[in-house]
Design a protein around this ligand. Sequence first.
Ligand code: S3P
Length: 431
Amino acid sequence: MNVQSYSTQPAQGIRGEIAVPGDKSISHRSIMLGSIARGVTTVRGFLRGEDNFATLNAFRAMGVAIGDDGETLTINGKGLYGLSEADDVIDCGNSGTSIRLLTGLLAPQRFYSVLTGDRYLRRRPMKRVVGPLGQMGACILGRDGGEKAPLAIAGRPLTGLEYRSPVASAQVKSALMLAGLYAAGETRIIEPHLSRDHSERMFRHFGAAIETGATGVVIRGGHELTGRDIIVPGDISSAAFFIVAALLVPDSELLITGVGVNPTRTGILDILTAMGGSIALLNQRELSGEPVADLLIRSSALRGIEIAGEVVTRAIDEFPVICVAAALAEGKTVIREARELRVKETDRIAAMATNLRAAGVTVAESDDGMEITGVERLGAATVESFGDHRIAMSMLVAGLVAAGGVTVHDVACIGTSFPDFFPLLEKVTAR
Ligand code: S3P
């Protein structure tokens, strides 16, 4: 295990202009759809994080030629049935998106696959995809009755399914959509709230037979996709750390350019704005079917709010850093209906409660959320990342406003989603 630590100290301002790296979700999907489309797909702005390389290496292992000139990826798509059997276990590392979406895509192939991941991923629930795929006719075995990786997939023909998902999960939805591309008939997925819709947008971009509406997403199987050019927008989930840093550190003004502002991802903006944050969306435009804007953030006094309902799904990855904002807001912030946070890269409710308490904040945990009472200033703290990139980055943001700073142990995990986090933070931090 890597135990490398990093410390941040109180800053005088967060200033200047940055662009954040490409969106992680869209980067994964570009490799997957590009590989099973016919013809060439080019991808610019691909996120060069470990999670996305796990997906890229999986497709190379299945015989897809993917060129990389350092700026643009060129994927020589092989068509729906052009993948070949990997001759070894496919290692998805820390990436839930890789393993769950690949499970859906590999279930209908004409070959056998085994998927695994690191010790954190091997603890995460897989039944949410293995269950409905089984109803489509898939043959997938895993530890704990199919709940845990490694997963062994004996590819076989599938039939379409109408599936009402108990959780709003883009990974579940996307796994079933990928399986649905191959299934006989129609596959319909209905979610309790609309989760991120990058798959729907990209399926459409590649010419899939897809319909979306109030009754869920419907895919008709058996239609080939066509290779496309994709420009990946900046990841709002990476921007989130800099947005909160600029709101909390006095005398800040930060412009983040080219951020994806897909409405299924902008819960963070709605939550922070409701807390009193000054965030302006400038220069709104569209890239490869995804809305994009520049964000201008100024230091703001924040107040506690209640967070529950559909906005939870639209901000699901941002709760660690929302907790940091809440810790410095006036009054209480109550987070409810966010049980999914317990099955992310780590249990993010428990991890943030532990870490904020170490910095002198009163936090009450509930089964599906937490209550955070804001303080004027955080205290010095030394905390663990729990192997979770977003916990690590959130606590390093906290250190920018903690008397005596914050030290985070085991920060190597930041490389899964944001390899350039440290130089970008250096660039905008005024001392
Ligand atoms: C993702 C979906 C979300 C999110 C994850 C990326 C995706 O997970 O937390 O970081 O790319 O589809 P769930 O589908 O489990 O909510």
